[in-house]
Design a protein around this ligand. Structure first.
Ligand code: HEM
Length: 249
């Protein structure tokens, strides 16, 4: 904890985000930008006149970025059990008395009698929890699509085994090729896949809205509370004019 004297009074610096949480955040942000960018081209591939080979290449790139996204997310899920106090699931998931603290926080935010939080404030908890649900949904549906669309791991081999006419020649199966594909089984597989692609696309749109809300909320909170919220995701430290309600000591 460090004290800093400013023209508007004294601020105290508190450590909050550990290194893993900061790396997770920025790798996740970059991966999502890449996934949204390539995802949009896949979505409008027909209108853009992309060839079949072009589509396979785009989907392959999307899936490789997706693997980085999934591994990073999986590590963050584990970190939620072993990371510092502010990285833990306990600090993210709304617990007992959540709505009372949310109400108190909102009232303080409105009236100017701000309740500072070293970790996530109650409104941020809700947002982060929903963002994690959306990200996990994209990860799970994306991995299923990677298998059912271009026969990529972790489910690609199983899907090949499902749709192959001759299972002994499974390696012949290639994305968008009809060679060694059993028509009926392929239709069955596509029917199984349908809810996953629908979920993946709708969650993509919902995610776009939530990313917009997340960034807006951070900018508004930073202007109102001035606790170095944005730079804290680089430095790990926030500053406060008074003791945060969730401070350790
Ligand atoms: C935040 C994360 C993600 C976003 C925003 C996202 C977005 C999108 C979008 C917009 C599409 C185009 C839908 C279409 O027209 O087909 C798409 C397709 C696809 N995504 Fe993702 N995605 C994400 C994560 C993943 C992950 C983690 C994987 C797998 C590792 C993945 C695999 C795929 C595949 C294989 C397709 C092609 C499906 C098809 O067109 O048949 N995605 N994604």
């Amino acid at each position: 904890m460090n004290s800093i004297d400013t023209s508007s009074g004294s601020l105290t610096e508190y450590s909050v985000w550990d290194r893993t949480t900061r790396w997770f955040h920025w790798i996740n942000a970059l991966a999502i930008i890449g996934l949204i960018g390539v995802g949009l081209v896949i979505l409008y591939a027909k209108a853009l006149g992309v060839s079949t080979d072009g589509k396979i290449l785009l989907k392959t790139i999307h899936v490789y970025i997706g693997y980085v996204f999934c591994l990073n997310l999986a590590w963050r899920i584990i970190w939620g059990f072993i990371g510092n106090k502010y990285a833990r699931w306990k600090a993210i998931l709304p617990g007992k008395g959540f709505f009372t603290t949310l109400h108190e926080y909102k009232t303080g935010f409105r009236t100017g009698n701000i309740q500072y939080y070293q970790g996530h404030n109650p409104a941020a908890k809700l947002m982060i929890m929903l963002l994690f649900v959306l990200l996990m949904t994209q990860a799970i549906t994306g991995l299923v699509l990677a298998g059912t669309d271009i026969y990529f791991p972790p489910f690609g081999q199983t899907i090949k085994g499902w749709v192959a006419e001759d299972v002994s020649k499974i390696e012949v199966l290639k994305p968008y090729s009809k060679e060694n594909v059993n028509k009926e089984k392929f239709a069955e597989m596509r029917a199984f896949r349908k809810p996953f692609i629908i979920t993946h696309v709708y969650t993509f749109y919902i995610l776009l809205i939530f990313i917009g809300l997340h960034i807006t909320a951070i900018v508004v909170t930073e202007i109102r509370e001035r606790s170095s919220l944005i730079s804290a995701m680089f430095t790990g430290r926030k500053v406060f004019p008074k003791k945060p309600v969730d401070a350790e000591d």
